[in-house]
Write a protein that binds this ligand. Structure first.
Ligand SMILES: [Zn+2]
Length: 274
């Protein structure tokens, strides 16, 4: 599943290709992707609107339109978005096509169809997408050691589980929680409330560092991104521990272990992470 660094990569790639352009037509090939309003209303409302900007909140993308309306997009497991010329072959699992001025199309492709789009009116209350319930961004000034210590102080759940909780901090999923905990030398099963002030401080600094580094490593040209059809931008070769059970720890050489935490698989170093 794309996590904050991947969604940020998509945002940075799409922005120069779509911002400032008018949407000529919206086509919903599979309507279930549109969670709000209905597919017809969605397509009707978009016609003629100009894309003013694209933003990210946690793992959500927000496409802002000049009218003040905006589209909230969640890629979920396998969703991808890319801009292509109209004659670029249409993939099998293409669900939404937004025809833009300047002979280009913004396409939403999703093999597993868990990805969703919501169109919100300028003054409409967003009680649909979940964006309003998100906790702070890892890069926000309010996300610091004392915030984290407060947020974790009454949580007996494992720290890995808390990092996945989008109300505590947004954008982290299974991959980057493993990477962050390895960088922080914290065992994924530690009860969150057992973290010291010093550990919370360190964790609050390492979270944005690990994510920023991944954003840098994800860097891809628009040409390469299109060739990969909006996939293939993940910084997989750079992962330190995620998915590397049995391989030597990059810090100490001990074999990495895997454990289930709150139903999610977690890879860690038993010697480095306490
Ligand atoms: Zn180690």
């Amino acid at each position: 599943m794309p996590e904050l660094p991947e969604v940020e990569t998509v945002k940075r790639l799409l922005a120069p290709q779509i911002v400032g352009r008018h949407i000529l037509e919206g086509i919903a090939l599979h309507t279930q992707v549109i969670a709000h309003p209905g597919a017809d209303a969605f397509c009707d409302a978009l016609r003629g609107q100009r894309v003013q900007g694209i933003d990210r909140k946690g793992k959500f993308l927000l496409m802002n339109l000049e009218s003040g309306d905006y589209i909230v997009i969640h890629l979920r497991m396998t969703g991808s978005l890319y801009v292509a010329p109209p004659d670029f072959p249409l993939e099998k699992h293409t669900h939404i096509v937004l025809k833009l001025e300047g002979d280009r199309e913004l396409r939403f492709v999703d093999m597993r169809r868990f990805g969703r789009m919501w169109l919100l009116g300028k003054d409409e209350e967003d009680s649909f997408s979940g964006v309003k319930k998100l906790g702070p961004e890892p890069f926000a000034a309010e996300f610091n050691g004392s915030y984290l210590q407060d947020a974790l102080s009454n949580k007996s759940r494992a720290i890995k589980d808390c990092l996945l909780d989008q109300h505590i901090v947004t954008g982290i999923g299974n991959i980057y929680s493993d990477e962050i905990l390895f960088a922080s030398k914290i065992h994924p099963q530690r009860p969150a409330s057992s973290l010291s002030a010093k550990e919370c401080q360190r964790l609050s600094k390492l979270i944005p560092q690990v994510l920023l580094r991944a954003i840098e490593q994800n860097r891809i040209s628009p040409e390469e991104y299109l060739k990969e059809k909006g996939q293939g931008y993940r910084s997989t070769p750079f992962f330190q521990v995620y998915g590397k059970k049995g391989q030597p720890c990059p810090a100490c050489g001990e074999p990495l272990c895997r454990v289930m935490v709150a139903g999610r698989s977690s890879t860690y170093c038993p010697s480095c992470q306490k």
